[in-house]
Design a protein around this ligand. Structure first.
Ligand code: SAM
Length: 263
């Protein structure tokens, strides 16, 4: 069966950078890489049997680890068919299908009742949509006393006009984010209390960060897939210099908070 990895290069040119990375077989596709996911796991303090929701799950890497390492009952949703296909295949390969349920979901209109989950996670998702509405939706489906955790891009220092245009105008049109205070305000207004933050540089696409996140073998496999087809080589040649210009200004922030109990 043709999958997103083996299918001919359908529309590679118009793929978002993160979708392109998924096509290359990259498993970690958010600004803080594995480092921020480990920080997220520590702050989430997920207990065995707890219900966790991973919104915008991508290829399912964090959802699988949440189930495997912490014994959570995980629901993983994404809006993209290509990501869902990859996530399902990875969950199956991990042999963890009974504890990770993959399905379609839109962060702006999650099909879950209020207070459904003990932990709600979104790694690099809210910035693609209306951020206050997305944050409110994450908090809505979390139970009182439960935790919401989100990783986002941020500007570590004010970008030059050129760097901003390259990232938000060309690489990821429509994406929106600001500095740490801006994110704090969004999540506080969405109703989170006891907010903690972690922050660091954007290393996902540096050689060091890539190898740290993927391991040598998968990093090499991603590179080989990138070089395997002219459309992919062209995409990388277009993407990398633009990204390099934006990287010095970029970082990640992890926001973690508690949904207050009522009364
Ligand atoms: C940067 S990737 C992050 C993927 C994954 N969370 C990770 O960290 O590897 C952004 C993800 O958000 C998904 N996404 C974008 N808009 C969405 C929406 N409105 N609802 C749900 N997922 C969305 C994309 O399909 C993609 O999988």
């Amino acid at each position: 069966m043709a999958t997103a990895l083996t299918r001919p290069d359908v529309d590679i040119k118009s793929l978002d950078p993160y979708a392109f990375l998924a096509v290359l077989g990259k498993r970690v596709i958010h600004p803080g890489g594995r480092r921020s996911t480990e920080e997220l796991f520590r702050l989430a303090d997920t207990q065995p049997g707890q219900r966790a929701l991973d919104v915008g799950c991508g290829v399912g890497t964090t959802a699988i680890e949440l189930a495997r390492r912490f014994g959570a009952d995980v629901t993983a949703v994404d809006i993209s068919s290509m990501m869902l296909e990859r996530a399902l295949a990875n969950v199956r390969r991990a042999g963890i299908g009974e504890r990770v349920h993959v399905g379609r979901g839109d962060i702006l209109a999650l099909e879950f009742a209020d207070d459904s989950f003990d932990r709600v996670i979104a790694e690099a998702v809210t910035m693609f949509v209306d951020r206050p509405s997305a944050a409110a939706e994450l908090v809505r489906v979390c139970r009182p006393g439960g935790r919401v955790l989100a990783t986002e891009f941020l500007w570590r220092k004010p970008p030059t006009d050129a760097a901003r245009e390259l990232l938000l105008g060309q690489l990821c049109p429509g994406m929106q984010f600001d500095n740490l205070d801006g994110w704090l305000q969004i999540y506080a207004k969405a109703g989170l209390a006891d907010i903690e933050v972690r922050s660091g540089p954007f290393e996902l696409m540096t050689a060091r960060g890539f190898i740290k996140d993927e391991g040598l073998v998968n990093a090499a496999a991603c590179m080989a897939r990138g070089l395997a087809k002219p459309a992919r080589v062209r995409k990388m040649a277009w993407m990398m210099p633009r990204l390099r210009m934006a990287v010095p200004y970029l970082g990640y922030v992890l926001v973690a908070g508690v949904k207050p109990s009522v009364g």
